[in-house]
Design a protein around this ligand. Structure first.
Ligand code: APR
Ligand code: PHB
Length: 389
């Protein structure tokens, strides 16, 4: 096979990049390790920044999002019974869209099917060859048969555990990492939301988040020790822990029900540099991971895609390599700011094992300051709705 851009990974990064390239007349092949059903079974965050919403519309995949998504003008940060509303719309003129990543991914698959893009699922043993040259190729095995795709560029959209990042020689890579000493236990339930907007809750019992997918589907999280197992958390125990952490009135009025999904995810901040190695580019989770506090994971992948699609179209259609040359710097400048925001939100809202009594007072003071200072709220709002691309 031969194509212009081989995209490794059929998650949201790979699919959106392919969609934008195809619409500009660039030919792509997507190689994905698992089945489509398994990609679509992943439950991830559900908050889209303003810039993400616009790029999805531009890519021709905004219709269902605009019909079924919920624009939110604000969210709450709480500290026991203190509720601080961050009014994004008033502070920045922008909103976010509550629409699950799973739905975004499904819409992208539908759009790619309509274009007729080659998406090869259940590939094994992907190897990127000659990445440092201008004639790279990718090898993979499918049903026991070895295949080869020649191309001009390779986009590494294969997530944290993919092969793309590892293709860059270890001695040329710098990795920056912070692992947090707790995880998020998440529950999905067919119940109406506890509140009309998201609540990020600090409390003396630890962090909790009340989020949603629609009027009858909720996503809740509580901070748990990394040593906890899902089996140790019955639904009853979960609801009880959640209610202790949310403001009293919200907890009293909330409707609970059986969980339809329950899982524990660790929290990590991670960046690998460089993002480019000759003709190979890292995009999304393959290059960086953020803790979910602030919902930046997908949004950050989308801004990478924005910079890269522009760069590749200019290179392939106009023989202009300037975007290719500047991709890493442009993307990283934004990545580090989102890293800072996610880290700050995480630090501001979670209890750390073995922390001193001073730490809890700092969290309280931060929330109290947010409740009194419009400047502080504007800073948070500006980051939450997403820094410009
Ligand atoms: N070969 C082919 N495909 C691979 C390989 C491989 N060696 N390794 C991983 N993949 C596939 C995975 O199966 C997955 O479908 O790459 C895809 C990567 O998708 P994601 O992990 O979802 O990463 P990305 O597309 O960058 O999405 C950004 O935003 O909310 C965050 O972390 C969240 O998934 C999210 C991300
Ligand atoms: C979610 O709805 O799953 C969600 C929302 C906001 C976050 C993280 C996760 O910050």
């Amino acid at each position: 096979m031969k194509t212009e851009v081989v995209i490794i990974g059929g998650g949201p990064s790979g699919l959106l990049l392919s969609q934008l390239l195809n619409r500009a007349g660039v030919d792509t092949v997507i190689l994905e390790r698992t089945s489509r059903a398994r990609v679509l079974a992943r439950i991830r965050a559900g908050v889209l920044e303003d810039g993400t919403v616009n790029l999805l519309r531009e890519a021709g995949v905004g219709d269902r999002m605009d019909r079924e998504g919920q624009p939110h003008e604000g969210c709450y940060l709480t500290d026991d019974d203190l509720m601080v509303r961050i009014n994004f719309y008033e502070l920045t003129g922008k909103k976010v869209m509550v629409y699950g990543q799973t739905e975004v991914t499904a819409d992208l698959y539908d759009a790619q099917d309509a274009i007729g893009t080659t998406i090869v699922h259940e590939v094994e043993g992907v190897v990127i060859q000659d990445a440092a040259t201008t004639a790279p190729y990718v090898e993979y095995t499918k049903d026991g048969v070895l295949h080869r795709v020649d191309c001009r560029f390779v986009a590494g959209c294969d997530g944290f555990h993919g092969v793309s990042r590892q293709t860059i020689p270890a001695e040329k890579r710098d990795e920056f990492e912070r692992v947090y000493p707790f995880g998020w236990l998440g529950v999905l339930s067919r119940t109406p939301p506890a509140n009309h907007e998201l609540i990020y809750a600090n409390s003396r019992h630890g962090f909790a988040l009340a989020s949603m997918r629609n009027e009858n589907l909720c996503r809740y999280y509580v901070q748990v020790p990394l040593t906890d197992k899902v089996e140790e958390w019955s639904d009853d125990r979960f609801w009880e822990a959640l209610k202790m952490r949310l403001p009293h009135e919200t907890a009293q009025n909330m409707i609970t029900g059986p969980s339809i999904e329950k899982s524990i995810a660790p929290l990590r901040s991670f960046v690998s540099e460089p993002l480019r190695w000759g003709s190979l580019f890292l995009v999304g989770d393959s290059a960086h991971i953020v803790p979910p506090t602030g919902a930046k994971g997908l949004n950050l992948a989308v801004s990478d895609v924005y910079y890269l699609h522009d760069a590749l179209i200019a290179a392939l259609k106009k023989n202009n390599m300037s975007g290719v040359e500047s991709y890493a710097d442009r993307a990283l400048a934004r990545i580090w700011k989102a890293m800072r925001f996610s880290w700050q939100m995480t630090t501001m809202l979670h209890q750390f094992d073995g922390e001193d009594s001073f730490a809890a007072q700092m969290r309280k003071a931060t929330l109290s300051h947010l409740s009194q200072s419009e400047t502080a709220r504007r800073d948070l709002a500006e980051n939450y709705i997403g820094l410009p691309f």
